[in-house]
Ligand binder design. Structure first.
Ligand code: CMP
Length: 140
């Protein structure tokens, strides 16, 4: 079943010149990019995005990191794309990420882990709506 997920190329990856590498991997995986833009989130905007994590010990740090520079946010579409994108990214902690995954190859830290991907249909719906309105999604 066709599905959509929200993907973020995080500030560490943008800073290291990895935007093209990330997009290449998404396209080679067969994911269709149906929306994309560059954003520099404010601290408040990052806090809103990660609101589900607000009680976690890493909340302050991850929202500071995510507002430290520009990110590229995009909506990817494919069959079962939420799970497939998580597989392509690898585990949150790059030390546990499988060989050949994005995080295993490029992450330097559990926080600076290069990419974000929605973890379920409900979070994907919230996260896509956080950055894009219906008119910005190609093919709606
Ligand atoms: P992401 O998939 O964007 O979801 C929440 C983010 O918080 C995660 O990637 C990491 O960047 C960060 N994060 C998650 N768990 C931890 C942790 N235990 N310590 C520090 N940062 C974390």
């Amino acid at each position: 079943m066709k599905e959509r997920t929200l993907s973020i190329i995080k500030p560490d990856a943008v800073g290291k010149g990895l935007i093209g590498e990330m997009i290449k991997r998404f396209e080679q995986a067969g994911f269709k990019i149906v929306a994309m833009k560059m954003v520099h989130m404010s601290k408040k905007e990052a806090e809103g995005f990660y609101a589900v994590h607000k009680e976690r010990p890493f909340f302050e740090s991850v929202t500071r990191f995510m507002s430290s520079g520009p990110s590229v946010v995009m909506v990817l579409e494919a069959d079962n794309v939420i799970a497939r994108n998580r597989e392509l990214m690898g585990a949150t902690n790059y030390k546990e990420a499988a060989e050949g995954t994005i995080r295993r190859e490029f992450a330097t830290d559990i926080e600076k882990n290069v990419v974000h991907g929605s973890d379920a249909p409900e979070t994907a719906a919230f996260e896509i709506g956080y950055f894009f309105n219906a008119l910005e999604l190609v093919g709606v």
